[in-house]
Ligand binder design. Structure first.
Ligand SMILES: [Fe+2]
Length: 138
């Protein structure tokens, strides 16, 4: 198991929050990552607060813009509405972060599962490097 999500969703609340715990590791030279997703409700953003470990938050807009945000203890990252997002554990320890979004934001995994994201995060001599994804299909 690469990651675990503890979800504190309450149907009667408009705010869902939880914790994601990611193991360190790689498949080949690609660091462990979460399944990327958009939110079904496109107007819903999200916030990630990193508690421990180190990693990268990979963001991708519908228009094809990619951004990464460093994840380290104490950083709070905002995911704009309608940007795909995925977390990557680039460190030697567990990456633990809390997330907050609308209860009914919804997860849309299909598009990223099918085409991938434009960028990958690879281990290059012990350093995390963002590279173009050769398997990406638009
Ligand atoms: Fe999300």
């Amino acid at each position: 198991m690469v990651y675990e999500v503890i979800d504190y969703r309450k149907a009667e609340s408009d705010l869902a929050f939880g914790t994601t715990i990611m193991s360190p590791g790689k498949v080949g030279d690609e660091y462990y990552l979460t399944r990327g997703h958009f939110h079904i409700r496109r107007e819903c953003g999200e916030a990630y607060y990193t508690q421990s470990g180190s990693g990268l938050l990979l963001l991708e807009s519908r228009g094809g813009e990619s951004r990464t945000v460093e994840m380290k203890p104490g950083t709070c990252a905002f995911i704009p509405p309608d940007w795909a997002h995925r977390s990557i554990n680039t460190g030697p320890d567990k990456l633990v972060f809390a997330w907050f979004c609308a209860t009914d934001a919804g997860h849309e995994y299909g598009e990223i599962a099918e085409r991938g994201m434009r960028k990958l995060v690879l281990d290059r001599g012990g350093k995390a490097v963002v590279a173009d994804n050769p398997r990406y299909s638009s």
